[in-house]
Design a protein around this ligand. Sequence first.
Ligand code: BG6
Length: 462
Amino acid sequence: MNSNFLWGGATASYQCEGAWNIDDKAESMWDHYLHENNLENGDVASDHYHHFEEDIKMMKDGGHNAYRFSLSWPRIIKNRAGDINPKGIAFYNKLINCCLKNGITPFVTLYHWDLPQYWQEVGGWLNLDTSRAFAHYAEVCFEAFGDKVKLWTTFNEPKWFTVNGYLIGNYPPAEHDLQHTIICGFNVMYANALAIQKFRQGKFQGQIGIVHSYSPIDGIDDTIETKIAMRNADNYANNWVLDTAALGSFPIDLLAKLSETNDISFMKPDLLKTIAENKVDFLGLNYYARTLVKPYTSGETKMVFNNSGKKGSTQMRIKNWFEQVMDPNSEYTEWDTEIYPKGLEDGLIRAYQKYHLPIFVTENGVGFHENINVNEVKDDYRISFMNDHINALMNAQDKGADVRGYFTWSPFDLYSWMNGVEKRYGLVAVDFSTLKRKPKASYFWYKKIINSNGKLIERREY
Ligand code: BG6
């Protein structure tokens, strides 16, 4: 492991900050949707807004040398006119300074899903003005924090919020509309390019990338039908984000397939040109699991996501695209996430061979129901998960992939979107009623791993 390797944890503003209406923060789309529907929300979450010094100190004491977090757009920009909220800027200056004081490199994401509600009210990501406004917000952040932040990412997981928001419907704005899904995906990738353009034009120092929810695709066999299903699944899950950000264009066969059923004439040449001219410097890949697929050519499309923690409720079958299947030989969590470290090794190698860009593993972790009312949470399952995935990362490095960092999701317990706070990912337990923090066994294990720069990882081939 290179001595500059980044070891840290990742969080997202909405999932940990709380303070949803404090210091002139505007409402986000998630605030609005969860309040309207009376659902468990992140109003308080881990209250990182008021505990960030303690949390960052805990990271430092745990050996971390980097912290990936996101900025909240509605905390920084007050309205559609683009007015800046000085209190939002002040908060993030404090947070970034605290990182630097503790020897922690800030790794900043501009958008982790908390769209300002004032933009959602005029169409959100279906409206190109939102993409332009994102570029303005990005520029404000580069100017405010660019002297201290050198590693930026535009979006966290365009695929996840686009598909969940507009196709599966389990995230706001909770639609089931393929045309809207395509428009949202396009406008987000255009916004990514516009923000990169601002970064280059302003000659800000450092590097800018994008974070993708990377699910490498495997097939159940070697037949030509399965290979077609794999390509469809790869276009659906990965290529429209990664190819577009790294190579500057959407996969041509994806556009051809979409145009059979949908109108894609809104993808105008000047917009495509901006996308082609503004590519990322590196890739952030979040890895939770691979996708194993088989062909699916008859029957209805069915997309159900497991937010209940009840095993076996996931269904992902898209007619004439692919069907996701479970591997009978694999272990799955209660949320139907396969535990498959080899997928990380394969994925890092595939992504590096295809894009030739530096890669950071910007999220990797596992969520469980955990009883935290004990002296120390003995999360051996998380230790074993992390060992096997860091091992997979190191295997990929050994085989030539340029992987420069690993961020565990998450350094402390936080709010897990539609799964609420019951699905815990943290290395530090947060009691959500008292907001007290207590390290789990995995925190101390990770510290030893970091201090050895990975040498204490139990190595094996898959
Ligand atoms: C990633 C997101 O998709 O996975 C995080 O970037 C998210 O925001 C994490 O919390 C785990 O997913 P979930 O739904 O279990 O919280």
